[in-house]
Design a protein around this ligand. Structure first.
Ligand SMILES: [Zn+2]
Ligand SMILES: [Zn+2]
Length: 195
C-alpha cells in the first residue's frame, strides 16, 4: 500500500493542480492502482528510483500521477505520449515489469447510476470515482515497455551539436542524415515555423 491515505493524496493533488476535480480523483485512483499492481510500497520515497511512468493525455488525471508515483517530467521519470487516452503505464525498473491502466469508458455511466441524485456531474463523478472498486474503474494490461539506456532517468552522455542550427541536443535525440548530426527540428519534425 502507498504510504499516504487517499485524503492526503487528494490534498496534495489539489495544491499541485490548482483545484479538485473528478479527473484528479480518477488519476489518483489510477496511479494508486498501478503501484499496487506492481507491489511498490513507497513509490515517492525509498522506491523512487524503481518507477518510470508513461501518461497518455494532457488533462487533469495526468497531474495526479506524479503525486502518487513521484515520477516527474523534469526527472525524466514521467514520459508523455499524446494518445488522448485517460491511461498510464507504470514500469518497475527493478523487476522489469510494466502495467498499463486505462479508465473504462463505462465509468461516467456508472457514476450516473450510483449517484443520480447528485446533479452536478463533477460532484457526481468525484464521489463515484472515490468509491468504485478499481475493477469497475479500470482495465489493466501487463505490457512490455522497451526503455533504452538513453530513456533512463540517470542517463549521462555527451551533448551533440546540431550541424544545421547549432543548438545542443541531449539524450541521443539527434538524427544522423548524410553523416551529419541534426536535431529533430532540423530533420523535419519541427512543430513551429520560424518567423
Ligand atoms: Zn482538474
Ligand atoms: Zn537543428
Amino acid at each position: 500500500m502507498p504510504l499516504k491515505t487517499f485524503d492526503e493524496y487528494v490534498a496534495l493533488a489539489e495544491i499541485a493542480h490548482g483545484h479538485m476535480c473528478a479527473g484528479q480523483i480518477l488519476g489518483l485512483r489510477l496511479a494508486i492502482h498501478g503501484v499496487n499492481l506492481l507491489q511498490i510500497d513507497d513509490p515517492a520515497g525509498k522506491d523512487r528510483k524503481r518507477l518510470v511512468s508513461f501518461v497518455e493525455i494532457d488533462r487533469c488525471a495526468t497531474d495526479a500521477v506524479p503525486i502518487v508515483t513521484g515520477c516527474r517530467l523534469g526527472k525524466r521519470a514521467l514520459k508523455f505520449r499524446d494518445f488522448g487516452k485517460v491511461a498510464a503505464t507504470f514500469c518497475d525498473l527493478q523487476t522489469d515489469r510494466a502495467v498499463r491502466v486505462v479508465a473504462k469508458e463505462s465509468s461516467k455511466q456508472r457514476a450516473r447510476e450510483l449517484y443520480p441524485q447528485i446533479l452536478d456531474k463533477n460532484e457526481q463523478q468525484m464521489r463515484a470515482y472515490r468509491e468504485m472498486p478499481a475493477e469497475e474503474l479500470f482495465d489493466v494490461q501487463w505490457v512490455r515497455v522497451r526503455l533504452g539506456p538513453e530513456d533512463m532517468p540517470g542517463y549521462k552522455a555527451a551533448r551533440v551539436v546540431c550541424a544545421q542550427c547549432g543548438e545542443g541536443v541531449n539524450f541521443k535525440r539527434e538524427v544522423v542524415q548524410d553523416g551529419k548530426p541534426l536535431c529533430r527540428a532540423c530533420a523535419g519534425e519541427r512543430y513551429y515555423e520560424p518567423l
